[in-house]
Design a protein. Structure first.
Length: 561
């Protein structure tokens, strides 16, 4: 997409040069002229800073105070063309180019997959009769077990299930059309439903079958139980707000820490916090007991709640231990972490739940895009350390420290730590440039210590590559991924839970009877759960659609909820 962006960047450069030339002429021998328009080069740099919005409207004030009409026409027209139009046009081109590249990649990957699978089929079809027998397919999967570590080890039952998914017509031979699903089927993860058995189901079957325990399970799994937890969370937040009111209101007479002080529960607030901690522990125990740890841990919300509860318990034990250790900051952190659990209330609303689902769906693929941004930052930071390492200093024995004192903006903002003396500091400087704000105050310090303005090229190149190009790529990815996943979610909500009465689909899970699929007995535990695992870390996989495609074209029946 860079070639397409070059045309717009060229237009932006022409606009900046033209306005810089015009500005030098009209502001000649004025306060505005001596403040950023001394010559063409200075004027170009001043207007470039305007495009980044770092010095606007400060840059226009000398002339605006003298002649509002002329100054307003000049600067407002420049910002309208360069910032509001061309910069947004760059984003539009980037988004469009990104969408086109994604579409092209999908087509090329589909063609490549089809071509490779066709070659594989022809290699296996030694008799040239248009089919592969069961023995050959099973042998291929056995070889994959041994030679391809990226694919998990497939058990004998799982290999039989995979063959059954491929053999849609039940002929015990695989045709070319059926073999085209081989890659998708290998993305299936299988788990026995019995693996989700709880501790009570395994060790105390009589208790599990009792009426009172089944009633307890029904309560814990009900929405009413979740609503009760939400009410407790709100109540906890209200009490914490009352407890912290002196600090929240900024009262200066808060001298006594209202949290844990001496290792003893000696205030009403501390007693309430202990009660809430006990309630959250009880909630976690009940859910783990009823759902089992495996099913419980597969929920991101449960893991978050469990982590917060565990932190609260450990912190309380740390404070109330006989050798009590009072650390009010630690306790405040844990107490406020409980309030974060209120975020689950947002997911009770359909719109916020959709946003949350989309965010979690695109995170794995987003890591690849942000890795590119991290590479750019790391590369420029390493160059910065090589060129400017050690120049920013407060060592009185170093004459550069006195030179730097002349950089009023740099010194006035206490930017001493914004340097390239080490990689972490350098990456922090570049992150500040990504945020854009006040980057000129940092840059001016390097101008003073280097004694030259060539340092501007370094900052300009990073802004061009990191902010304009890569940041727009990140934005394009988020826009593309959002609409792609939103479309997927809408399609999911518009489908039935059952696939033609043949198998049960819940979210991205498919539950089926392996005995019925394979036509052979697979043991007592024949009920399996199938999930699509997008191992290539790509949001292009619609797990539910892939499962539906495989299940509707496979002889699956006799499945009970």
């Amino acid at each position: 997409m860079i070639p397409e962006m070059i045309y717009i960047l060229t237009m932006l450069a022409i606009i900046i040069i033209f306005y810089a030339w015009f500005g030098v002429i009209i502001f000649y021998d004025t306060p505005q002229g001596t403040n950023g328009f001394q010559n063409l080069i200075e004027a170009v740099w001043t207007l470039w800073i305007c495009v980044t919005t770092a010095n606007y409207p400060d840059v226009m004030m000398p002339s605006y105070n003298k002649n509002r009409f002329l100054s307003a026409i000049y600067f407002i027209s420049f910002m309208t063309i360069s910032f509001f139009y061309l910069m947004n046009l760059i984003l539009a081109v980037t988004v469009n180019s990104y969408d086109e590249s994604i579409a092209e990649r999908k087509i090329s990957r589909q063609e490549l997959s089809k071509d490779l699978l066709t070659k594989a089929f022809n290699s296996l079809d030694q008799d040239n009769d248009g089919s592969i027998d069961r023995e050959s397919v099973m042998a291929v999967m056995l070889i994959l077990n041994q030679d391809v570590p990226q694919i998990r080890k497939l058990s004998k039952n799982e290999r039989s299930i995979i063959f059954a998914f491929l053999d849609r017509d039940g002929s015990s031979d695989i045709s070319l059309d059926e073999f085209m699903d081989f890659g998708n089927v290998l993305l299936l993860d299988f788990e026995r439903e019995s693996d989700y058995a709880t501790f009570v189901e395994i060790h105390f079957p009589r208790v599990n079958q009792s009426n009172w325990y089944q009633g307890l399970c029904k309560i814990v799994k009900s929405t009413g139980f979740e609503y009760a937890v939400d009410v407790i969370l709100v109540l906890n937040a209200i009490i914490i707000a009352f407890q912290d009111y002196p600090m929240l209101s900024g009262q200066d007479d808060v001298t006594k820490d209202t949290h844990y002080n001496d290792g003893n529960i000696d205030t009403v607030w501390e007693l309430m916090e202990a009660v809430f901690t006990a309630v959250y522990v009880l909630e976690a125990i009940l859910k783990i007991m009823v759902q089992g740890w495996k099913r419980y841990s597969q929920s991101g919300r449960n893991i978050f709640d469990f982590t917060i509860t565990l932190m609260a318990v450990l912190a309380s034990a740390y404070v109330y231990y006989p050798n009590a250790y009072s650390n009010s900051q630690l306790i405040r952190l844990v107490v406020m972490a409980r309030v974060i659990r209120l975020g689950r209330l947002l997911f009770a609303m359909k719109t916020f739940r959709t946003f949350g689902t989309i965010s979690f769906d695109i995170l794995p693929a987003a890591s690849n895009v942000f890795m590119i941004l991290l590479f750019i930052v790391y590369f420029f930071a390493s160059v910065g350390v090589f060129l400017y390492g050690g120049l920013i200093t407060r060592d009185p024995a170093n004459p550069l420290s006195f030179v730097l004192l002349e950089a009023d903006d740099f010194v006035g903002n206490n930017y001493w730590a914004n340097n390239f003396n080490d990689m972490m500091s350098g990456m922090n400087v570049l992150f500040n440039l990504l945020v854009v704000n006040n980057w000129t105050e940092c840059e001016i310090g390097f101008e003073y210590v280097t004694g030259t303005k060539w340092v501007r090229i370094y900052f300009f190149c990073f802004h061009l590559g990191g902010v304009i190009i890569i940041s727009n790529v990140v934005t394009s990815f988020i826009i593309n991924a959002y609409f792609q996943q939103l479309k997927t979610i809408v399609q999911r909500l518009g489908r039935e839970e059952n696939v033609d009465g043949e198998a049960m689909l819940t979210g991205n899970r498919g539950v089926f009877d392996a005995s019925t699929v394979t036509g052979t007995r697979t043991g007592v535990d024949s009920i399996y759960i199938a999930r699509i695992n997008p191992r290539h870390n790509d949001i292009e996989v619609d797990e539910r659609s892939a499962l539906r495609h495989l299940f509707t074209r496979t002889n699956i029946s006799n499945v009970e909820k």
